[in-house]
Design a protein around this ligand. Structure first.
Ligand SMILES: Cc1cc2nc3c(=O)[nH]c(=O)nc-3n(C[C@H](O)[C@H](O)[C@H](O)COP(=O)(O)OP(=O)(O)OC[C@H]3O[C@@H](n4cnc5c(N)ncnc54)[C@H](O)[C@@H]3O)c2cc1C
Length: 411
């Protein structure tokens, strides 16, 4: 029986990971073709920051080189853009050819969001998304002195650190009151800013950029409050925009991303979306861990293996800037139900915050009350009590009760 034709648009991290998962499950199921508009084989986009920070070279971040594609019988078309999907004939048109498919995966990722303000198209205004963007920044640093990064989030700070490493004088412009405001509270944001200032980074906070100045190349920035600064390079790191145009033209439902169900299937049962371009349950994820989970589900589904489907992910982030040991996971906002416990060691400059649901605290109080009522116990009672404990508390809570009792009995 001839193999089914599996075509994937996008040769990036989530897409190729999905193909790896498919090969792991059933290497002979599909005849695979991948179209990618970058001139490289699949590379680790996360490590672009390391290239800018002089820690790695472009060849060191390649994840799957050409021999991997060849040895897995995958046809790869690089430097080639898919421009049209014809769902009636199951054909994708690229800048060079027409390719038919039985199953089509959209893994087109995102592009850097560029502020739609006057001057955004000037030479010297860049996003930070690709090897090409990174190489342009490094080339600019050899000719020019001053760089401005718009956006004090994870990506902006990594770009700013990299431009410092390239010898530039770097200013970060941020709209919010503190850095990384979606991952950090105000105190952590201030500590991070102080650390980065000590490394030589400059900041302009609560600034909204209104215009990029210059005739053919950028010379400065103007802000809504009427102030201006001079600069030779502008890197916009204010967010990403999922690449959904192909899906929109093919009349597939889209929101922020291409809408998929729990099996990463679009409204067309022959077309799937995975990675940053996909929107699941109203969320388009922008970090690789959830995207790899999606890839596993899609691989199971495409290989006919029973799967419970994808049901969303909790996100965590880590800043890749030397000297700043920063990790943030889950929701960071306190409210009536969720309260934070903070520890700040001002000598070692360490700040930690854990958020707890209030019911956990009240449950702990109940646990202490329960303990106070339990003096020494005979074996039969002990068994009954074990049953009662298991009915009322979780395993970690029971371990805490036992520990508490051992300590109390030792006294
Ligand atoms: C500098 C930087 C640092 C990052 N750091 C982290 C980190 O620390 N942790 C983390 O979890 N995530 C990080 N990320 C995000 C992470 O890289 C992305 O979440 C991940 O790459 C998304 O994978 P993807 O396959 O969905 O998209 P991509 O990797 O962007 O791949 C999509 C590919 O499709 C191609 N494409 C798009 N349209 C077409 C078309 N029409 N025809 C052909 N090809 C097309 C694109 O050119 C691209 O090559 C970082 C990103 C950047 C840029």
């Amino acid at each position: 029986m001839p193999k089914q034709k599996l075509l994937m648009i996008g040769n990036g991290m989530a897409g190729v990971r999905t193909i790896e998962e498919i090969l792991d499950r059933n290497p002979d199921k599909y005849d695979i073709t991948i179209i990618g508009d970058e001139p490289h084989p699949n590379y680790n986009r996360i490590m672009l920051s390391n290239i800018l920070q002089n820690k790695m070279t472009p060849s060191e971040i390649i994840l799957n080189d050409e021999t991997w594609y060849a040895s897995n019988n995958i046809t790869l078309h690089t430097d080639e853009q898919a421009i049209l999907i014809d769902r009636l004939t199951n054909t994708v048109t690229t800048t060079k050819r027409n390719i038919t498919y039985d199953r089509l995966i959209l893994a087109t990722g995102s592009r850097a969001f560029i502020l739609p303000i006057p001057g955004a198209d000037l030479e010297g205004v860049l996003g930070f998304r690709t090897i090409a963007d990174t190489e342009k920044m490094i080339a600019a640093s050899k000719k020019y002195e001053r760089a401005t990064v718009i956006g004090g989030g994870l990506l902006g700070l990594e770009a700013a650190r990299g431009l410092l490493d390239q010898g530039m004088d770097v200013t970060v412009i941020h709209l919010a009151d503190w850095l990384m405001e979606t991952q950090l509270d105000a105190k952590a944001g201030e500590l991070l800013k102080a650390d980065l200032e000590a490394q030589g980074m400059k900041f302009l906070m609560q600034k909204a950029t209104s215009k990029i100045l210059g005739k053919s190349r950028v010379t400065g920035l103007a802000f809504k409050d009427g102030t201006q600064i001079e600069t030779d390079l502008v890197v916009m790191a204010i967010g990403i925009k999922p690449e959904i145009e192909l899906a929109q033209h093919a009349n597939l439902p889209t929101g922020r991303g291409i809408v998929v169900d729990d099996f990463m299937t679009t409204a067309d049962p022959a077309i799937f979306a995975v990675g940053e371009c996909a929107e699941h349950n109203g969320i388009a994820y922008g970090l690789v861990a959830p995207l790899y989970e999606q890839g596993k589900v899609l691989a199971d589904h495409l290989c006919g293996i029973e799967t419970k489907g994808y049901h969303g992910s909790k996100m965590f982030t880590q800043l890749k800037v030397s000297g700043c040991d920063l990790f943030s996971a889950g929701d960071i906002k306190e409210n009536a139900e969720i309260k934070g416990v903070t520890i700040f060691n001002s000598i070692e400059n360490k700040y930690k915050k854990n958020l707890h649901a209030r019911w956990q605290a009240s449950r702990c109080r109940a646990l202490r009350r329960y303990n106070r009522r339990q003096p020494s116990i005979q074996p039969a009672q002990k068994r009954r009590r074990t049953h009662r404990l298991h009915a009322r508390f979780t395993a970690p809570q029971i371990r805490r009760i036992r520990k508490y009792e051992r300590r109390r009995n030792a006294r």
